[in-house]
Design a protein around this ligand. Structure first.
Ligand SMILES: *Cc1c(COP(=O)(O)O)cnc(C)c1O
Length: 385
């Protein structure tokens, strides 16, 4: 019996939803796309949603819609998946990093502002904060910095559908709801909360950006009579700019709709699992625990330990497959070639030296979790003898 760090959950209802779409007239751009977009926007609390091929395509479309170019300078966090930085590179822009806050593992707002003011006025174009592990970035604070320096915000919410922070008025602000960020993105990769195999979503409250994204998602081609320069008849279409094929197929949107009905139940299970880990390790001085709060979506449950490699290997020998999120992006050979170097972001690098993502997914049974906890405790006890 293997216990991975993350795992999708596919029910008979999911299978039936996909099969019925396979038997319908549409494999790709049918009615399920708009239905998924509307239901997802409703769940997240945004005005608009655009379904796309995957989370990386979502990020790329966002940077295109915000006109990132080889003159653009954009800031993200070093503790994230590569795509959060790569989407800037796809448009030729320069990637800058601001170090993480060692308590939250999220981009540090003070370091962010220090970086911005270290460059001439107007140097930076935007910020890509990440709701890392499911912990919501305080976008109200990021927005106030962004407004001061005239920057846009793309929120990478891949880890946090259903997560939220409490704003200065005491309101819950759900990740991706568009209240503070210009655009937000999600992924439906199997390890994420909503699993479609491949798939992604962009959410926004901005109508112009929404319409631009629809155009860019499908080759920059429009059939909308209001947008056409000429009109030669019912078959006529025009290509207005260089877009891509970043569409999400109907059958995967049908799966997404079915998965979405269980999103809240899944989130509740994740919080229960996190609580059980916290309770199990709270008195253990060898384990640094993540902060537990209700707005945390717990995509990942990350502990920090001194003997991380040994613990990782020990758990693997017991068929428990933990993971490390992430090797800091600025230390990747590709980013080092662009001029970033080890030592640039000490908090991120220190965090990386100790972090370990424990099994966390809604179908993890309590027996499995107890086995994981016992293995970790046994390892740590033996270490101390
Ligand atoms: C998964 C993920 C992505 C990319 O999503 P894909 O659907 O795999 O392309 C981007 N950013 C973060 C933080 C992610 O976890």
């Amino acid at each position: 019996m293997n216990i991975p760090y993350g795992k999708q959950n596919i029910t008979q209802a999911d299978i039936d939803a996909v099969v019925s779409t396979l038997q319908s007239d549409f494999l790709t751009q049918g009615p399920k796309v708009l239905e998924f977009e509307q239901k997802f926007a409703n769940y997240i609390g945004s005005k608009y949603a655009v379904a796309v091929a995957n989370g990386t395509a979502a990020l790329h479309l966002c940077t295109l819609a915000l006109n990132v170019s080889n003159k653009s300078n954009v800031i993200t966090t070093p503790i994230t998946f590569a795509a959060s930085g790569n989407c800037i590179r796809y448009c030729g822009g320069n990637v800058f990093f601001a170090d993480i806050n060692p308590e939250t593992f999220l981009i540090d707002i003070k370091k962010l502002e220090a970086l911005i003011i270290s460059k001439p006025e107007g140097f930076f174009d935007g910020i890509i904060p990440v709701d890392f592990a499911g912990n919501a970035v305080n976008l109200e604070l990021i927005r106030s910095v962004a407004n001061k320096y005239n920057l846009w915000i793309i929120e990478d919410s891949c880890h946090s559908p259903g997560g939220y922070f409490i704003d200065s008025r005491g309101n819950k602000q759900f990740c991706g709801n568009g209240s503070f960020a210009d655009l937000a993105i999600f992924s439906f990769h199997p390890v994420k909360h909503i699993a479609c195999g491949e798939g992604g979503m962009i959410t926004t409250n901005d109508k112009d950006l929404y319409e631009r994204l629809l155009l860019l998602r499908t080759h920059g081609i429009t059939k909308n009579p209001n947008q056409l320069v000429e009109n030669h008849g019912g078959w006529y279409m025009e290509m207005h700019e260089l877009g891509y094929n970043y569409r999400m197929p109907d059958m995967l949107c049908a799966l997404g709709i079915s998965q979405l009905t269980r999103a809240e139940a899944g989130l509740k299970k994740r919080k229960e699992i996190a609580k059980r880990y916290n309770d199990a390790f709270v008195d253990n001085k060898d384990v640094i625990l993540p902060k537990f709060d209700d707005g945390h979506a717990f995509h990942l449950y990350i502990i920090q330990v001194e003997n991380r490699l040994e613990l990782y290997n020990y758990l693997k020998d017991n068929n428990i497959f933990t993971q490390v999120h992430y090797v800091p992006l600025h230390t990747m050979p590709y980013y080092q070639k662009l001029g970033h170097k080890k030592g640039d972001f000490p908090s991120a690098e220190k965090y990386y030296s100790k972090c370990l993502s424990l099994p966390m997914y809604p179908t993890l049974t309590s027996e499995e979790q107890i086995f994981v906890i016992n293995c970790i405790n046994l390892f740590l006890t033996n270490k101390n003898q």
